[in-house]
Each structure stands twice: as C-alpha cells, then as structure tokens.
Write a protein that binds this ligand. Structure first.
Ligand SMILES: Nc1ncnc2c1ncn2[C@@H]1O[C@H](COP(=O)(O)OP(=O)(O)O)[C@@H](O)[C@H]1O
Ligand code: SF4
Ligand SMILES: [Mg+2]
Length: 314
C-alpha cells in the first residue's frame, strides 16, 4: 500500500469574477513507503494547495486523497484527526509556525500531550530526545522561539512534526524562508531523518536545485496540473517536457563553463490565471515549440523513457 495516493484531485476556490480559481485541476500522484517525492513549479501553480489537501487542511472539490489507504475526501472529523497524526506538515516560515508564548519544549511536546500519549517525566524525556534528534539541546526545552535563529526554529518545527512518528511528512518550501547558508544543513537533516525513520515525504519547492538533493522522484507542476513525473536522475539529465527544460535552464550552474554551455530556453510571459486556464495544453502561451494542435487539444499523459509526460511533442 502506498503511503499517499492522490487520484484526480481538484481543489477550486471561489473566484472574484465568478469563475472558480482552479488552483489544483486534476492531479494524480503516489508516494511509496520510505519514498521522497519532490513537487516543483513556479509560485502560484498549486503546490501548497496540494500539500494542504494531503494533510486534510483543505477538502477536495473532486477526486481522492488517501493516506495509508484511508480516504480524506468527505472523511469524518475523527478520521481526519487520526490521519493528521500520521501525516504531518512542515511549513515554510518557522516564525509563524511557532507560538511565541510557548517554550520550545511545550511546542514539541504538545502533540503528545494533547493526544494523551505522554506526560510528566516521560513527556520531558521524549521532548528532550526529539530536540537532540534535530541537532538541538535537550536542556534548551525551557527557552522561547525568539531565542533561536531561523534555522534552529525550523529544526524545532521539524521536531514537533516528528513527535507522533508520522508515516508521511509534507514539507512545503521548508528552506525557502531561511538564509542560504543554513539551507543545506536543514536539507541534510531532513534526508538523515528520512533515512532513519523510513517515512515517506512530499517535498514541495519552487526551486529544482533544492529538490535534487532530497528526492527519489520529481513531479513538475504547471497551472494546477502535473506536466512531468520522473525518477530524479532521469528528470535532471533528460527532461522531456518543455516546461521542465525551461525550469532547469533557469537553475544556475556553479561552474561558469557548464553555465555557458547550457542551452538557453527562455521562459517568457506570466503564468495565466488559474481562473481562466488556456485551452488545449495549458503551457501553450509560453511554450517555445508550441504547434497549432497545442492550442486546441489537451495533451494526454504518456510514458517517454522513464518519465511520464503530458506534451504532444515530447
Ligand atoms: N484560499 C484561496 N482562495 C482563492 N484562491 C486561492 C486560495 N489559495 C490559493 N489560491 C490561488 O490558487 C493558486 C495556487 O496557489 P498555491 O497552491 O498557494 O500555489 P503555490 O504553492 O504553488 O505557490 C494561486 O493562484 C492562488 O492565488
Ligand atoms: S503540448 Fe505543445 S504547448 Fe504543450 S508543452 Fe508540448 S509542445 Fe508545448
Ligand atoms: Mg506555496
């Protein structure tokens, strides 16, 4: 059984002009036990909406979200509560994720206390162990969030997410708000925890360079849909979809020689409004190789090498 199974997920929001905002408009993906799936795409393409639906914070307009085989769409409050223990979220901003009036020990221990899983000395011990697991000191449990740096605060948020030993960790842009200098440390920590606990991870980022180091497979999202899904190495060495190629071309290479040799695939124009997506292939208004057919006919999802791609010409 897959830890996460999303099928035909649509999440539409009421739009101002009457037309619904089709934030997520037909997404299917799965994550096996112990696997990390990256979800990438430009800001506004629907990544956070998928994340929120995955942990039951948003209910689907259509489609199915199953965590460990349990359906979240239309689930009762008790079912959602049980599933939320198994699917934990790490948000982008560690400052707003932590209550400034709670000590970090209280914050990390809260999920255990609320569910009656530990209290007193046992709770203190578990909190201490969780803090140490994320590279902090157990005897700092009595301190407040403002006494820690951004990177340390994200460690605290991760410790809290681990408290209930989730089967699925959903990380929504977990390093985007952090200093570049501490990003690698947090990514390494996530990889290490993943290896130790064997949990499944949905790792969301607008940055392909970040995803590369943590994921087994990568899904590329554009305007509410997935356009390419491939094993990590296949995606980076042989991208198939013109949008994936454009995103990769925008990632700077550390080596100036490689950088100069890089093919230039300009990604021009704005992302169209999800309230009024273009007909045919949604990417046709920005695609450098679009043909007539792309403007009227929606590309089917098909296998190309190790990848699955939605493009007429891939
Ligand atoms: N609660 C909401 N109400 C209306 N529109 C929303 C809401 N949440 C997100 N959206 C819109 O849905 C689209 C996808 O948003 P989001 O999932 O946050 O994208 P991403 O995380 O990839 O940046 C955007 O156009 C956004 O403005
Ligand atoms: S289907 Fe056409 S417009 Fe869409 S990505 Fe492929 S070539 Fe470009
Ligand atoms: Mg987002």
């Amino acid at each position: 059984m897959n830890t996460l199974e999303i099928t035909g997920l649509k999440v539409h929001f009421p739009g101002r002009g009457g037309a619904p905002v089709r934030a997520v408009d037909g997404v299917s993906l799965s994550i096996a036990a112990g696997e990390t799936l990256g979800l990438v795409g430009e800001s506004g393409c629907g990544k956070s909406t998928v994340s929120n639906a995955t942990v039951g914070l948003l209910s689907p307009t259509e489609g199915s979200v199953k965590v460990l085989g349990t359906e979240l769409a239309g689930a009762s409050r008790e079912t959602l509560r049980a599933i939320r223990a198994k699917a934990q979220m790490v948000f982008q901003d560690p400052v707003t994720s932590l209550n400034p009036r709670m000590t970090i020990g209280e914050a990390v221990g809260e999920p255990l206390l609320v569910r009656g899983l530990a209290r007193g000395a046992a709770l203190r011990d578990q909190v201490g162990a969780l803090l140490e697991e994320v590279g902090l000191r157990a005897d700092h449990a009595g301190r407040y969030p403002h006494q820690f740096s951004g990177g340390q605060r994200q460690r605290i948020v991760i410790a809290r997410a681990l408290a209930l030993r989730p089967a699925l960790l959903v990380c929504d842009e977990p390093v985007s708000a952090l200093d570049v200098s501490v990003r690698a440390q947090i990514l390494n920590l996530l990889v290490e925890l993943q290896a130790r606990h064997g949990m499944s991870t949905l790792f969301v980022s607008h940055d392909l360079a970040v995803v590369r180091h943590v994921c087994d497979r990568v899904a590329v999202m554009y305007l509410g849909r997935i356009v390419e899904l491939a094993p990590r190495d296949a995606l980076y060495s042989a991208p198939r979809h013109p949008y994936t190629k454009a995103l990769l071309a925008a990632v700077p290479e550390p080596d100036p020689v490689t950088q100069r040799a890089k093919p230039r695939v300009p990604l021009e124009g704005e992302i169209p409004s999800p309230a009024n997506p273009p007909p045919g292939c949604r990417f046709h208004t920005r695609c450098p190789i679009a043909v007539d057919r792309c403007r009227s006919e929606e590309p089917a999802w098909r296998a190309v090498g190790a990848a699955s791609v939605a493009c007429h010409l891939a």
